[in-house]
Design a binder for this molecule. Structure first.
Ligand SMILES: [Mg+2]
Length: 347
């Protein structure tokens, strides 16, 4: 068994800004790490989208992958025992969950190819009940954001980045352009706990479906108070990383944004989905700016959730893998082994 990693640079169609400092795609370059597992003549692939906010970089991902070749006990001798493998990896690399997510994906892709079935099928799921994805609109001048909204006319739900002094001006223009669209507002920690309720009140006239991460992560008492008093449902994103966060958030929000990159991949995301159901929290499945390889891992389990925000590959100008299709505004995996990559660049 041989593990390897390779950097891959792709490009976003547009600059993509959010309210949280350091959270934006600066320029158009999007750098990812593609992880490969070669075993028994088959290559499984996964993508890591490390986010410095969560303490990971391209270098730290590559370091974790190197450890797999140095310490064979981390993977063990049974590649099909993914749950056990991921438990070991999360114990050892708790702060490297984007790396673990890529390894988890490569294992699922490898198994799917060995069995000749798509990953979603080996998980006992289907593509029939996959919810429509929202399309994300990054922060920009109000006129530019409206232009992006018009380009996204095929999507019934829009994830609008907010958290600036021009939110009301922007949303008034957007509502005029798309009176029927579901508007999901993502503040990315952009408000203080003291101002959040006033801001929510001001934006409620645009009838948003929910408001995501209104205040900086780590202020659960404030989040609970805002959730209890807000006329609009509140969702957590930056506050929810791994399974342990779900129960802490019970009563503090209406829903959670689960991302494979944050939690460590498909196995950990499944644990979070089941915990969220038990805690009566709505579940959104989200992503970073990722190629269709990274997004396909999330789409494989998207029939289990309430809301889908898996548009990262659609925001790229040079998506290389072709692992997904768009059926109206639903992002679906192919009915092909593993993640069904139609292009496997010789990285
Ligand atoms: Mg978010």
């Amino acid at each position: 068994m041989e593990w390897s990693s390779e950097r891959l640079r792709v490009h976003s169609k547009y600059p993509f800004r959010i309210a949280r400092p350091g959270g934006s795609v600066s320029g158009r370059n999007v750098d990812r790490v593609i992880v490969r597992c070669l075993h028994d003549g088959t290559i499984g692939m996964g993508e890591a989208s490390p986010v410095p906010y969560y303490g990971e970089t391209l270098d730290t991902v590559e370091h974790v992958v190197q450890q797999l070749n140095r310490d064979a006990s981390l993977i063990g001798d049974d590649l099909y025992a993914v749950s056990e493998i991921v438990r070991r990896l999360v114990d050892r690399f708790d702060q490297h969950r984007a790396a673990v997510s890529a390894i988890d994906a490569a294992l699922h892709d490898w198994i799917g190819q060995k069995l000749g079935i798509p990953v979603w099928r080996l998980l006992g799921l289907s593509m029939r009940n996959v919810p429509a994805t929202s399309m994300s609109i990054g922060l920009d001048e109000p006129e530019v954001m409206v232009e992006r909204v018009r380009e996204a006319s095929g999507f019934s739900a829009l994830k609008i980045k907010v958290g600036t002094d021009r939110d009301e001006e922007t949303l008034a223009l957007i509502r005029e352009a798309v009176p029927e669209a579901k508007l999901r507002l993502d503040v990315n920690e952009g408000w203080t706990p003291d101002e959040a309720l006033d801001r929510i009140e001001a934006l409620s006239r645009f009838s948003p479906e929910f408001i995501e991460q209104p205040i900086p992560a780590g202020h659960l008492d404030d989040l609970r108070r805002i959730h209890e008093q807000s006329p609009i449902p509140i969702y957590a994103d930056e506050d929810v990383v791994c399974p342990e966060d779900i129960l802490r958030l019970q009563g503090c929000v209406s829903g959670v944004n689960i991302k494979l990159v944050k939690c460590g991949g498909i196995r950990e995301a499944l644990r979070m989905i089941h915990l969220s159901r038990a805690a009566d929290l709505k579940i959104m499945l989200g992503c970073m700016a990722e190629t269709s390889l990274g997004i396909a891992a999330a789409v494989s389990i998207s029939s289990l959730v309430d809301l889908v925000d898996l548009d990262g590959h659609l925001l790229l100008s040079d998506e290389p893998f072709g692992a997904l299709t768009l059926d109206g505004d639903r992002v679906l995996c192919h009915d092909a082994p593993g993640f069904g990559l139609s292009v496997r660049p010789d990285l």
